[in-house]
Design a protein around this ligand. Structure first.
Ligand SMILES: Nc1nc2c(ncn2[C@@H]2O[C@H](COP(=O)(O)OP(=O)(O)O)[C@@H](O)[C@H]2O)c(=O)[nH]1
Ligand SMILES: [Mg+2]
Ligand SMILES: [Zn+2]
Length: 292
């Protein structure tokens, strides 16, 4: 990066312009002609500043990852929003998103929202397993405004997306942590170019407390990636310690005998529902593998 250039993050693309956050300012930028690759929301770029509002993107830095739908680069954190109730959590969906996050190298955080409501038995299963199995876990309530400061802390320094079922409270949480920026999208802001009909592209909101949150939930495609079944167990960090007791070094914790993971399930150290979801996904992976 040349001395006059500055590093920033792409917040959004809109009608040929890229909006780049650099320190606390947003610059409307064009791409230098020599840049031929597709530039995505979340990309880290070097810009040269033309004036207070405008700049030119000179370089796109290598990506740490790339989500497909929505198209967004460099996501470092996924906030998986499940609720105490209305709707009751889907443990299957939770474990699938946890797997996909680990697989994509994205840190997962389980957010149990609507903790003002009485918990469904499945919410109790979540509370009684994941925090003790080493997963990041936070309870929130939009109604009571609890856990919101903590949520902002968690997003500091990260590029975050929400994930989880419809109705879980993702939009409500987004509104709270962005101080209502989202709710104001009906008003056209000329500088950001944000208006009523402009929601087709994913946009990152910078939080005043630091970090970025995407306005569109991630992991809308939940298909299993093309991996081999032997790779699969490594994306279950809560199984790792128990797997050391498996007789076979490449144990899939499936049909094998003398399996530390299956023993841990029997002892109650790994939740049974979690292990069942593991087997369901493992069978999908094995089936895909046979199709090649
Ligand atoms: N009781 C309760 N309701 C909530 C909470 N958060 C969101 N809701 C309500 O749940 C519904 C769905 O919320 P929304 O943010 O649209 O969910 P999304 O589909 O995940 O974006 C709305 O009626 C919200 O008012 C909460 O913490 N407690
Ligand atoms: Mg929503
Ligand atoms: Zn095993």
């Amino acid at each position: 990066m040349n001395r006059s250039e500055r590093e920033g993050v792409i917040l959004k693309k809109y009608s040929g312009f890229y909006y780049v956050q650099q320190d606390a300012k947003i610059y409307e930028c064009k791409l230098r002609g020599k840049i031929k690759e597709q530039v995505l929301t979340g990309d880290k770029v070097a810009i040269s500043v033309l004036d207070d509002d405008r700049g030119i993107i000179e370089k796109v830095f290598p990506r740490r990852n790339e989500l497909i739908r929505p198209k967004i680069a460099n996501v470092s954190l996924v906030l998986i929003v499940m609720c105490n109730n209305k709707p009751a959590p889907s443990l299957n969906l939770l474990d699938r998103i946890l797997f996909l996050a680990c697989y994509n190298g994205i840190k997962p955080y389980i957010i149990l929202n609507k903790n003002d409501l009485a918990p469904d038995p499945k919410a109790v299963l979540i509370k009684n397993y994941y925090p003790y199995a080493g997963f990041n876990f936070l309870e929130t309530s939009v109604i009571k405004n609890t856990g919101i400061q903590e949520l902002k802390e968690i997003i500091k320094g990260e590029i975050a997306v929400f994930a989880g079922p419809s109705g879980g409270g993702k939009s409500s949480l987004l509104n709270l942590i962005t101080d209502g920026v989202e709710a104001k999208t009906g008003e056209v802001s000329s500088k950001i170019g944000r208006g009523r009909h402009t929601t087709r592209h994913v946009e990152l909101y910078p939080l005043s407390s630091g970090g970025f949150i995407a306005d569109t939930p991630g992991f809308s495609v939940l298909n299993m990636p093309d991996i081999t079944k032997n790779e699969f167990p490594r994306y279950f960090p809560d199984f790792a310690d128990f797997a050391e007791e498996c007789r076979f070094p490449n144990c899939l914790h499936w049909k094998e005998k003398e399996c530390g993971v299956k023993e841990a399930v029997k002892q109650g150290a790994i939740a049974e529902f979690r292990y069942k979801n593991y087997l369901t996904m493992l069978e999908e992976v094995a089936k895909n593998e046979r199709c090649y």
